[in-house]
Ligand binder design. Structure first.
Ligand code: OSB
Ligand code: MG
Length: 368
């Protein structure tokens, strides 16, 4: 039975600034939920950033929505499934919903001694790791940074691009590292459909995909773009549910989907998107939001499902943090192991977590 929920706010520095077309991240502003009862604790990590630049959500906003609308829905026997049903009428706020869904899933799976990977239907013991490379001050810097990640063993490189840092950086990386490199780009919505001819210049570089070139709301424009650009289009920000995914696939807006559980309200919806894409022959891969070990563990469970045929952004702990909040995830032959323990399969180092915690509060649950 659930006895209460702890809400914890913390922060952790990134090993290097991460620049995208929407801004620069130097620190992760963290929110964790811990659903506890009977000596068991289930964990969730909120992926929202400090500011609403990737999407409209931001971490302080998530805390507000959790306190006002989501946490009051939790009673002593609330499951992830019953929670989702209870908050169906609350629009949006996917990342806020996802952190609570994950903590509930982790709590009950730990009670039942079942791993999240098994629960979701994972078929792989380890997953191939790619790495997302931020926009660099110069092309020389970029080539150096990519070299470092390849030396670490990453199996796929994703370059962040924006207008003014796109064709030439991609050309330089492709010509330096050769045709064998699995290479893709992510624009984080920085272009307009009128940039189609410009983006088609990327077709020369044999990229696996171009991720989210246009704004989130412009799903239909991606279908237009797909008629001009030969590089496969992958959607990230636009895909907010399995229903949106179905529509996007139906109109030809994407041939690949980046599944981020937190962007779609949690692991149960993420699994639905996986199943839909599996049926429709749409390749998927698991994205990331610079998660610490708590969020990463759960993403690895999902990434082990059979439809995840492309390497994800699920990188090792050392790519992000000097010291992670869990036992570090370490790259071995370019792969990360999928946790096998109950629930998300890993526990935070509470002494270390306490040392980076800014404040913590226990929230009483609704009765019944
Ligand atoms: O668009 O995929 C993205 C990080 C933060 C916000 C959005 C994105 C990203 C990444 C890095 O690309 C993913 C990761 O390594 O966790
Ligand atoms: Mg992306």
């Amino acid at each position: 039975m659930i006895e209460g929920i702890r809400l914890r706010r913390a922060h952790i520095d990134l090993v290097s600034p991460f620049r995208t077309s929407f801004g620069v991240e130097t620190t992760r502003d963290l929110l964790y939920l811990e659903v506890f009862g009977g000596g068991t604790a289930g964990w969730g990590e909120c992926v929202a950033m400090s500011a609403p630049m990737y999407s409209s959500e931001y971490v302080d906003g998530c805390e507000d929505v959790l306190r006002r609308f989501l946490l009051p829905e939790v009673g002593s026997d609330t499951t992830a499934q019953s929670f989702n049903a209870a908050v169906e009428g609350i629009r949006g706020h996917y990342m806020a919903k996802a952190v609570l869904e994950t903590a509930l899933l982790d709590f009950w799976l730990r009670c039942d001694q079942v791993s999240l990977a098994t629960f979701l239907g994972a078929t792989q013991p380890r997953v191939r790791s790619g790495v997302s490379v931020g926009i660099q001050p110069s092309i020389d810097d970029l080539v150096r940074v990519v070299q470092g990640y390849l030396d670490d063993g990453y199996l796929r490189i994703k370059l962040k691009i924006e207008p003014g840092f796109d064709i030439e950086p991609v050309r330089a990386v492709r010509s330096t590292f050769g045709d064998g490199l699995l290479l893709q780009v992510d624009a984080n919505s920085a272009y307009h459909v009128s940039d189609a001819e410009h983006l088609a210049k990327l077709d020369d570089f044999d990229l696996l995909l171009i991720e989210q070139p246009l704004p989130e709301e412009q799903v239909a424009s991606h279908a237009q773009l797909a008629k001009v650009v030969r590089t496969p289009i992958c959607l990230d920000e636009s895909i907010l549910s399995a229903e949106v995914a179905r529509e996007a696939i139906d109109i030809g807006a994407c041939s690949i989907i980046n599944i981020k559980p937190a962007r779609v309200g949690g692991y149960l919806e993420a699994k639905k998107i996986h199943d839909l894409c599996f049926d429709r022959g749409i390749a998927v891969w698991c994205g990331g939001m610079l998660e610490t070990g708590i969020g990463r563990a759960a993403n690895l469970a999902l990434a082990a499902l059979p439809g995840f045929t492309l390497p994800g952004d699920t990188s090792a702990s050392a790519r992000y943090f000097q010291r992670d909040v869990t036992t570090p995830f370490v790259l071995r032959d370019g792969h990360l192991d999928v946790p096998t323990g109950p629930g998300i399969g890993i526990d935070p180092d509470l002494d270390y977590l306490d040392s980076i915690t800014d404040r913590m509060e226990t929230i009483a649950i609704a009765r019944g």
